[in-house]
Design a binder for this molecule. Structure first.
Ligand code: SF4
Length: 680
């Protein structure tokens, strides 16, 4: 921290929103100001991913921090559940009420009926994990797993023993001559990687995009494969068959580094090319152009796989199969090759001791865990009496909203939500505690798309009742007489400083002087020794690789005339359901269901008319809107918010809570819906 002039103090910060960017910045503060202490943020120019700019969604974070609708005092319910009707209470009263409830549960020896539900709404590791000190002490239940990329990570881990194979700086490696962006709408959801890809294109790198939507980046591609959602593995099967037919596979690489690779050859040996092309939804020429580019740029091709492709019941297997193209070609462990997915596994060895310290859990934990994706069905059981929610808006983000919301209405469930604004979940809260913003707390951020660490040097919060996650649970710990436990004497700042001190000195220096540390330089190539963290250090290509999802594919092929596969990407301007206030002016976008104009004509409906959308999980009324970017038989409703109209519920009302099978994440793109004229 350094003082620029008499008023301004500069603190390093990181945008902790659950986003690919994890933008690093310098925050300018006036600590003496009564309210608007945080003045503005300047994105780091020297950070090779932030590159001196924020996304348009969070350019002016100072407006959000002091937004007039920010929650500033604790609230207690004064109206029916499912509405945000509360009255103010003091922080002391709120803490006392919660403490009394906890003590009662403790007396009945039923601490596992206290459930902590959290995710990465604030991706700081102290914000996410320091509250576990409290839950561990109680012997409570917590949620585990996730709703995002866990399926793909599990699939890649089966092959490589890790899901971090290479880093996004390879996009700019001079050896990269072809980039394949597979299922990732970079131009909208990852604009820092998009910036790097555009730079690479300027220097002559070729670009292929494989996607079920004709996105902006697809328009910039040299070749675009517009495929049906959920057919990625069929395209891989077809591609590998063709590569082998051209003898383009890298036999030396396969023999030396890949276990059981013959299983891939066996599975792709017999194919019906025409049928596969029909199922995938592309023509022969486009496919052949793809294969030609892969052959031309063998050992010079980088894949970037988005998280949308794994939001399927078989998402992990789909991601794993895509990676087989790179494996067959020997495009692993060389400059300008590999697969960019999640970076989190690279940093894990460094973080593990910190996490043990932050949670105060070494070895076996006393807590019980339930998968977050099944929160609705666990709450429905009636076992849970208290629910704490932080860094998470489950009544927006989780599938099968009808089931979840019914469970949240249970009379015997006392719900406490810690958040910055009213949202879908606060509608079910008994008590709401106002939360601090990320830049008002001390934290370490370990990004999932950038290999490294960065920090938030917390600045002052002008509202005395706003608490960080740790501060809230620390007060509860004191309230239920856990105050003698030494760990709750530590302040958040102390936990942060001790965590930084546990890191090697070069990392500490970088964090203190620049606000971030990167694990790799621009030219470092992970796994260039081709030794992977598997039992025999080889890539484990143990089949079957493509035999899955046949029943689901058949169901999609046999959809009735008015049935459509529903996909739910996030809207360009949607940031985060916990920060709903930012997105108000786009709320009308969430009233719409998008179809191709041909499909609208086929089912004899009118553009702009209201339609009834339903499946076995939910129903609602939406405005039928034409989209030129979709594949036929695909419908799109944007995810994130509920619309302005009560009749058009959040898209997750239609999504099954049956999880993805390998990583137990959400199968958000697996729902089939019926669309009918409203009057029928
Ligand atoms: S939301 Fe993402 S891209 Fe936007 S400022 Fe935050 S980290 Fe950066």
């Amino acid at each position: 921290m350094k003082r620029k002039d008499s008023l301004e103090i500069i603190r390093f910060g990181t945008c902790s929103k659950d986003c690919y960017g994890s933008c690093v910045f310098k925050g300018y503060w006036n600590d003496k100001a009564l309210e608007h202490k945080f003045l503005f943020a300047v994105p780091s120019k020297d950070h090779p991913f932030t590159n001196g700019f924020f996304c348009p969604k969070l350019k002016r974070r100072e407006n959000l921090v002091y937004h007039q609708e920010r929650l500033k005092t604790p609230l207690i319910r004064s109206g029916p559940k499912s509405e945000n009707i509360f009255k103010k209470i003091s922080l002391k009263e709120a803490i006392n009420l919660i403490v009394v409830k906890i003590k009662k549960i403790q007396k009945s020896n039923n601490a596992t009926s206290i459930l902590g539900a959290f995710y990465a709404g604030n991706s700081g590791i102290i914000s996410q994990y320091a509250p576990l000190r409290f839950f561990e002490n109680l012997g409570a239940t917590i949620t585990s797993g996730g709703i995002c990329n866990e399926g793909g990570c599990a699939g890649l881990k089966e092959l490589f023993g890790t899901y971090s194979i290479t880093n996004p700086f390879q996009i700019m490696n001079p050896s990269t001559k072809l980039i394949v962006i597979w299922g990732s709408n970079l131009s909208e959801s990852n604009n820092h990687a998009y910036y790097l890809v555009k730079k690479a294109l300027k220097s002559g790198t070729k670009l292929v995009v494989v996607d079920s939507r004709h996105t902006l980046i697809a328009q910039k591609a040299h070749l675009f494969l517009h495929i049906f959602p959920g057919t990625e593995h069929l395209l891989v099967k077809l591609t590998i068959n063709e590569l082998i037919a051209y003898h383009a596979h890298d036999e030396d690489f396969l023999n030396s580094y890949v276990e059981s690779y013959s299983t891939i050859f066996q599975e792709v040996a017999k194919i019906d090319k025409e049928k596969l092309l029909r199922q995938i939804g592309i023509d022969l020429q486009t496919f052949q152009n793809f294969v030609e580019l892969l052959i031309k740029f063998k050992h010079q091709t980088l894949f970037n796989i988005g998280y949308g492709v794994q939001k399927d019941y078989f998402g992990g297997k789909i991601v794993k199969s895509i990676t087989l193209i790179q494996t067959i070609l020997g495009n692993i462990g060389k400059p300008g090759t590999g697969v960019v997915y999640s970076q989190s596994d690279f940093i894990k060895p460094l973080l593990q001791p910190l996490q043990e310290y932050i949670t105060n859990i070494k070895g076996e934990s006393k807590m019980t865990e339930i998968p977050i994706i099944k929160l609705g069905s666990f709450l429905s059981s009636g076992k849970y009496k208290m629910l704490f929610v932080y860094n998470f808006n489950p009544a927006s983000s989780l599938p099968n909203q009808n089931l979840l919301r019914r469970a949240l209405l249970r009379e015997d469930l006392f719900v406490i939500v810690l958040d910055m604004f009213f949202n879908e979940t606060t509608k079910y809260a008994d008590i709401v505690i106002p939360a601090k913003f990320d830049l008002e707390s001390y934290d370490l951020i370990s990004p999932y798309y950038i290999p490294g660490l960065s920090i938030n040097n917390g600045g002052p919060c002008p509202y005395q009742d706003c608490l960080s996650n740790y501060e809230f649970f620390q007060q509860l710990a004191w309230g239920i007489s856990l105050e003698n436990t030494q760990i709750f004497h530590e302040s958040e700042e102390t936990i942060f400083k001790n965590s930084v001190r546990m890191l090697p000195s070069n990392i500490q220096e970088d964090l203190n002087s620049k606000g971030y540390y990167l694990l790799f330089g621009n030219d470092s190539v992970p796994f260039n020794d081709l030794k992977f963290p598997t039992p025999n250090k080889r890539i484990q290509a143990i089949g079957p690789h493509f035999k899955f999802g046949e029943k689901e594919l058949k169901r999609k092929v046999n959809m009735k005339k008015n049935e459509f596969l529903l996909i739910s990407p996030s809207h360009l301007y949607f940031l985060h359901s916990q920060l709903g206030q930012l997105n108000q002016r786009y709320l009308n976008e969430f009233n719409k269901i998008f179809l191709t104009s041909e499909d609208i004509e086929t089912i004899d409906l009118e553009i702009g008319g209201k339609v009834h959308v339903s499946n076995e999980y939910g129903s609602g009324i939406y405005i039928l809107t034409e989209s030129p970017i979709l594949k036929p038989r695909t419908a799109l409703i944007y995810s994130g918010l509920s619309s302005t109209s009560h009749e058009s519920p959040n898209v997750n009302y239609f999504v099954p809570d049956k999880p993805e099978e390998l990583g137990f994440s959400g199968a958000y793109n697996s729902a089939i819906v019926k669309i009918k004229k409203l009057d029928s």
